[in-house]
Design a protein around this ligand. Structure first.
Ligand code: ATP
Ligand code: MG
Ligand code: FE
Length: 335
């Protein structure tokens, strides 16, 4: 079974072919980070224009590397949402055109279902499981009792983890995207600065990072007014410690309450070294719960994860028609 995946929800133009739901046959990503850097964030119009320029080349390369033709495909899976609507539409229109021309089924995939299914490429999923999703736009704990079954048990009430990283990085004058830079600084510093942790109501699996972000900004501001120096490494380490403390503690509690077999990590912030280490320490070899963390190339946006998630919908015969539209507010639901 060969599924072609297409992903254009944000600033990566990506296509990939996955065999039998988990084997990568080819996986091509064209990143636009360089074009958005000087604006300090993703500019939607620029993103759409790059997707138009790249999509055909990326698809050609994906097919060539796989040594397959379109008639070998069982289905074409494409990110339907959430994301930037103009960006989503480029991938969706390419997918529709190919599906129509080659008479192949079309499958609409939720971007976060994709991030979660990056883990299925690494290992066989065992249910029930909990996924900690930490990306540029999402911070969620997702419970799954079977393939294609997604229950969001907690989510951020304000900023996503990646968003908080990028905003804190900007106040420290670090380039976009700031997450990796904060991660690097944090390794060099000590978490000596007192910063808040938003636990929210007792038993809540929700998150909040805007208070922490404001506390970092206030710390810098107050020091400046008093003419004091703040060590950026220590500030980064303190910020990262607060984020990781809340993420890991809530994830651990969820795995106990839901009695899971596996805990998965998903999304761009899964690339964070501190978070990976903290999870490994919490779910070590002696733990009954298996920790799964994809390689960094499968944590950030890619199309292999979209094809892997699409393969589950293919098995369930959940297809889309040519009326599919980009849906920036698409909700993660059970299929
Ligand atoms: P979403 O998936 O929610 O639609 P997105 O696709 O834009 O958002 P991803 O590509 O999954 O987000 O992740 C990008 C985010 O990951 C950025 O905020 C970036 O700063 C963050 N990030 C990447 N590497 C690291 C790291 N090492 N430490 C912390 N954050 C990181
Ligand atoms: Mg991106
Ligand atoms: Fe993403």
């Amino acid at each position: 079974q060969y599924i072609l995946g297409i992903e254009t929800s944000c600033d990566e133009t990506a296509a990939a072919i996955i065999k039998n739901g988990h084997e990568i046959v080819s996986n091509v990503v064209a990143s636009q980070i360089e074009s958005h850097k000087r604006f300090g964030g993703v500019v939607p119009e620029i993103a759409s224009r790059h997707h138009v320029e790249e999509i055909t080349l990326v698809l050609e390369e994906t097919m060539k590397k796989a040594n397959l033709t379109f008639s070998d495909l069982n289905a074409i899976a494409v990110t339907e949402g959430p994301g930037l609507v103009g960006a989503l539409l480029i991938g969706i229109n390419a997918a529709k055109a190919l599906a129509f021309a080659h008479n192949v089924p079309l499958i609409g995939v939720h971007h976060i279902a994709g991030h979660i299914y990056a883990n299925a490429i690494v290992t066989e999923l065992k249910f029930p499981l909990i996924t900690l999703v930490v990306s540029g736009g999402h911070t969620e704990l997702v419970y799954m009792k079977d393939h294609g079954s997604f229950e969001v048990i907690g989510e951020t009430l304000d900023d996503a983890a990646g968003e908080a990283y990028d905003k804190v990085a900007r106040t420290l004058n670090l380039p976009y995207p700031g997450g990796p830079h904060i991660d690097r600084l944090a390794q060099e510093g000590k978490a000596t600065i007192k910063l808040p942790r938003a636990w929210l109501e007792e038993g809540s699996y929700n998150f909040s990072f805007s208070g922490l972000k404001s506390a970092v900004i206030n710390t810098l501001h107050n020091a400046k007014q008093k003419g004091e120096e703040i060590n950026p490494q220590d500030l980064a380490a303190s910020f990262q410690a607060s984020v990781i403390d809340v993420l890991v503690t809530k994830t651990k509690r969820a795995t106990e309450e839901y009695k899971v077999k596996q805990v998965l990590l998903a999304g761009g912030v899964a690339a964070n070294r501190g978070l990976r280490e903290a999870l490994h320490a919490q779910f070590d070899d002696k733990s009954d719960i298996q920790l799964v963390i994809p390689p960094i190339s499968l944590c950030t946006d890619n199309a292999a994860m979209i094809a892997a998630a699409g393969s589950v919908l293919y098995e369930k015969e959940i297809f889309s028609d040519l009326k599919m539209n980009g849906n920036p507010g698409l909700e993660l639901r059970t299929y």
